[in-house]
Design a protein around this ligand. Structure first.
Ligand SMILES: [Zn+2]
Ligand SMILES: [Zn+2]
Length: 285
């Protein structure tokens, strides 16, 4: 059992423990340091830190940004981020609202410019599918504001149209840059995936991806993670050495999913925590 866990989720994203409950559990287990790293949200940080102060546990502010890499799950952790940073708050809330929020913004823009469409009707048209601009176009057509779907795009919701709303998405590089601007230390989360036979399967070609990400501000990789065996950890430690990166680790606790390890069950050396903090202090200076 370790003393640190740098990867924990709460109800601010898809965890089942509130920030206070997570910190209380960590205190019971005997952890000294945890990081709250919710998906696309920093809302759990302040309540977790308040609880940490009461219970004598250090809570490192963090976030885990989901990026848009086709065919892969590339997540970038940000440690010691300023959770009151306006750009970070805005970007993460846009990431969370996703497709539905985007369709809603387009409906609002259309209504404001005299072509009112009912947002609920857009969702109805989309049905079970992921809502997008073709459904907005159909709603415009139904409401009689245009005579064809292509007119809807050319007059309103095409890329240069007045009611176009960009979908918030980040490449891994953009996520690193955002986290740096928010004063954080960007770290590539769970760099190795396993296939169903348990063999190592990298989502990225790490040796070629890491130098590019490093220029964008990446400072570390997660080397201690559930199911990472000694060979995988050695591989990741070697990768970090080769590329001059920090290592972090954690349980990726979500609050009791089946087979999910408890906080602290992945051993993270305190040395890694100290180095992470030192790196952060250096970028602040
Ligand atoms: Zn993740
Ligand atoms: Zn996670």
């Amino acid at each position: 059992m370790g003393e640190a866990d740098l990867h924990c989720h709460t109800t601010a994203s898809d965890g089942t423990f509130s920030p206070e409950e997570l910190v209380a559990l960590a205190a019971r287990i005997g952890l000294k340091v945890i990081a709250v790293t919710d998906h696309d949200s920093v809302e759990g940080v302040a309540p977790a830190q308040a609880a940490g102060e009461r219970l004598g546990i250090e809570v490192i502010p963090g976030v885990e940004i989901n990026t848009d890499v086709p065919g892969a799950e590339v997540h970038i952790l940000g440690y010691f981020v300023d959770h009151s940073n306006a750009e970070l708050i805005e970007a993460t809330s846009r990431l969370r609202e996703g497709r539905v929020g985007r369709a809603k913004r387009m409906a609002e823009a259309l209504t404001a410019m005299g072509a009112p469409v009912d947002f609920r009707r857009i969702l109805e048209i989309a049905g079970e599918g992921a809502v997008g601009r073709p459904h907005v176009a159909k709603a415009l057509l139904e409401a009689g504001h245009v005579t064809s779907s292509s007119e809807a795009f050319s007059r309103y919701i095409g890329r240069d149209g007045p009611a176009y709303v960009e979908r918030q998405k980040f490449t891994a590089a953009q996520a690193c840059a955002l986290l740096r601007r928010a004063g954080g230390v960007p770290v590539l989360a769970h760099p190795v995936h396993y296939d169903r036979y348990g063999a190592i399967k990298g989502a990225l070609d790490l040796d070629s991806a890491l130098p590019a990400l490093k220029t964008e501000g990446l400072m570390g990789i997660e080397a201690y993670y559930p199911r990472y065996d000694a060979i995988t950890i050695e591989y990741l430690l070697g990768l970090a050495r080769r590329h001059g990166l920090l290592v972090t680790g954690g349980s990726d606790f979500h609050g009791g999913r089946p087979n999910e390890p408890d906080p602290g069950s992945v051993h993270v050396p305190m040395k890694a925590v100290r180095r992470l903090r030192a790196a952060w202090e250096q970028v602040q200076a």
